[in-house]
Design a protein around this ligand. Sequence first.
Ligand code: NAD
Length: 483
Amino acid sequence: MTQNILKNFINGKWVEAKTEKYNQVPNPATGEILAEVPISTVDDVNDAVIAAKEAFKTWSKTPVPKRARILFKYQQLLVENWDDLAKLITIENGKSFTEAQGEVLRGIECVEFSAGAPTLMMGKQLPDIATNIESGMYRYPIGVVGGITPFNFPMMVPCWMFPLAIACGNSFILKPSERTPILANRLAELLQEAGLPDGVFNIVHGAHDVVNSMLEHKDIPAISFVGSQPVAEYVYKKGASHGKRVQALAGAKNHSIVMPDADLDSSVKEIIGAAYGSAGERCMSCSVVVAVGEVAEALIEKLIQSADAIEIGNGMDEGVFLGPVIRSEHKAKTAKYIEVGQDEGAVLLRDGREDACMTEAGYFIGPTIFDNVTTDMRIWKEEIFAPVLSIVRVKTLEEAIEVTNESDFGNGACLFTQSGHSVRYFRENIEVGMLGVNIGVPAPMAFFPFSGWKNSFYGDLHANGSDGVEFYTRRKMLTARWS
Ligand code: NAD
């Protein structure tokens, strides 16, 4: 065992999990073991719920500006610790340090949005719905909220959840990914330093047992989940069957359509960033390029050139763009997908299995490009979540949109063009929730909802923005007669 045995954070204290089971947490760039994460039990969840429920009594009645002030302080601490947080992200997740710095910024923006709670939580009134009768809507927190997060954004995704949930007066239990659990503990330390009362924010590390206990617990009325599609669907259904409100953000297969009138250099730069940044392990990654008409040849040539120039290595090293994938199993699964693509008849233009990084101790795999991919292939249908890009060739924008809409997923889609008409046609006909025009990763900022469609989202209210406020609050309607 390493010295770094992670603890749960319950009622403002670091406590050992009531478990014998621990998972190792390796640095994906080196294989070195960074920590041991407890696979906590139902007893640990129960302890956290008792603490969170007790804390809720006072926290929910704490004046909203006072709650917001703690978030202002937290924002300051996150800014002061920016690079240290980014380093933790790179070490446990593998993404480049520059990307990790960007992820910290995305987290900070969520805290900044949440600090607007006094405005966000305002209700509405109408003084005269009938003679001498007024009506008003008041907003209240809902109780103990559970958050379950994925490995790929150890800071940003938890920050989609707990800052807003606690700003709205809820208490919170976070179950971070057991594959990237380290940063969450630092987020808790800084929250405590910012003055958050004990029990308002808690962490229970672990895997499915923790998730299932949260989904079944009668004192957790709401669950925010982000992760893969099958688990999101499961969490949504199970949570709903236990009477909870659930928002479950899921997997993706994002298409970038490139028109013949696109500015090729900037399109290629954006697509390369979106396909291979964070090793393709982003729910807004570009995994399919749809080349329209005669653009294909020049586009492909430039994509290969740019992919060849990518620096692969440890994300902490200067100039590295493509880090490792999260685990050796994921590297093996990616290599298997490349085999599948070849068997299905796609043309392998660039084979990431041949890059020198493959022989290193970390879980590296180079940028891969398939041409002539069709919608009956598994490499088109399934989320690979790795640096593998598929190219589909079509003749028209209409056909490109048909291909994109055929996907079961509906997270993001991008169009590269100079034509306003094409943009309008794309916007009106694409069945996807987050659109980009001449932008590779159209992830909305914290003040807008993260708006995936189809199998990329289960629920009614998305994360962030006004949806987030609705999700973390419930209303009272007061109708009063004063004669
Ligand atoms: P994952 O589904 O394996 O894990 C997510 C969380 O669910 C983790 O905390 C994990 O412990 C838990 N979990 C896993 N299997 C479970 C099971 N059988 N029962 C109960 N809980 C379980 O996802 P991941 O691999 O950590 O993250 C990558 C996935 O997340 C990708 O599919 C990606 O597209 C998706 N994602 C989506 C968004 C979005 O906004 N739509 C954002 C980030 C990531």
